[in-house]
Design a protein around this ligand. Sequence first.
Ligand code: F6R
Length: 579
Amino acid sequence: MCGIVGYVGRREAAPLLVQGLRRLEYRGYDSFGIATRDKDLLVLKHKGKISDTVFVSNPLPGGLGIGHTRWATHGVPNDVNAHPHVDCTHNIAVVHNGVIENYSELRKQLTARGHHFSSQTDTEVIPHLIEENYEGDLLEAVRRTVAVLHGSYALLAIAQDDDRVIAAREKSPLVLGIGDGEMLAASDMTPLLEHTERVVFLEDGDIASLSADHYEILRAGIPVTRPVEIVDWGVEDVKKGAFEHYMLKEIYEQPQVFYETVRTATDESIVPLFKKVPGVTVVACGTSYHAGLVFKYLLEGMCSIPVRVELASEFKYFTPPIRDLVVAVTQSGETADTLAALRKAKAHNCMTLAVTNVQGSTVTRIADQTIFTRAGPEIGVAATKSFTAQLAVFMQVANLLCDRELDEVLSRGHLAISEVFLMDLGKAVTLCKDAGLIFFVGRGPFYPVALEGALKMKEISYIPAEGYAAGELKHGPFALLTPETPVVAICTPGNTYDVMISNIKEMKARGAPMVGIGEEGDSELEEIVDVFVPLPRSPLAIRILTTSVVFQLLSYYTAKALEREIDKPRNLAKSVTVE
Ligand code: F6R
């Protein structure tokens, strides 16, 4: 969702801000803008994608500035609603992520006091409030302003006659980059990596003032110290390299990601956490929810620990009466619904564990304990390597809980993923790309894999796709089966093999073209499907990984055949920080 970046230092701010905004593009946005301070306060903002021509024809001078990518919530995407927003005197400029819940009341009050509003945004109340509170000290004016805001915000403010960038955080992430003669602030670490590896994660309620050589953090008006942390991601991690899309790059990084995550998620101190509780509840959204569903099959099947998996957006409002260990799964660590569910679990006195990919993210501050996935920055909006990394964590947790019975299997996972890259999915892509609807079906742990396959397909190819437990199709969806409705079925050895073969025959009999993902040499399956995708013979855990990667590639190449905007699908944001 929206991204913000701020800079103060020895260099020209505008090029750094633009570069920073480009790093934040992956979060999703519909307009952008920057403001710098020179002789005047200069603002440039536009609807649409960041383009160099805008900045080349209007280079904004000044060594201090703020920038923003907007993902519209209040007010349509247009030039006027784009950030930064300014006050009546054009002395103050503000960029903001989050939602000001009491903005309409504040706006009425400010209008009654003579302020003029140009946009439909909630954000615009902030520069007007700062204007009223400003008596020559921007930090103090921001402090007084945030005291009347309700809702969530990560905001940056600058003023024409102040040398500082002021940053404030409440329920929306904000990280400072500590440079050499320069300071930065951004909504995540990606714009900072080019400039520094030293970062400070602000806490809710913090207000920071940044000048070129110094920063200070206040809480309730009192200076506080926050640790300076060293980022474990490098700038190369956020570059696309020779790949056409970030998504493809990230798919190809998965062997390494799986290997690293399995290697590092070996802290046995989590074992008692799982043994002390009556059960485990996973809360998550989207792809992370699907990883949680796989975890359920692993933990229940291997360790006889009951697991429930809840959509975080539901859990918050319909909290079950549990005493479980609550596991929040979130790549970004910032998904508003997942954070809200986790807070709710804490309020119910549940023990909590986070599984996340982002150092310093909000989820790590809420949960009692954290396990990190080692996926590195994921820039493609569609989650790929983060899903595989979550599976790696869950497989390792199940392994630790079950006397390391998966040790040998896990040591081979990365090799098995690499083998998928050699497969030819051309025929399956041909079958899918013109479809009006595609079903993905599987049983047991392959049911969430099917859900994830369908999610990937719909989000990047825009072809409607449904994931189903294979047995459910005849309870309604059969009505949709036609020769234009391919079904992609996972049918590998195990106790559901025979029933899957029957299901595939039933679907075939209703005219659906079938893609069968099965074990190599399975002539029975090969004979009944239209396209057979053979996987190397392997244990269940490995097949969960390989089928997931097959689906990622199938979606990717289908979307590519349809010339979709793969890394930034329409209407989507990478990190969903509003409920
Ligand atoms: C789909 C996708 C989303 C995310 C969901 C949760 O490809 O990326 O469904 O999985 O928004 O995000 P995190 O894991 O950051 O909480």
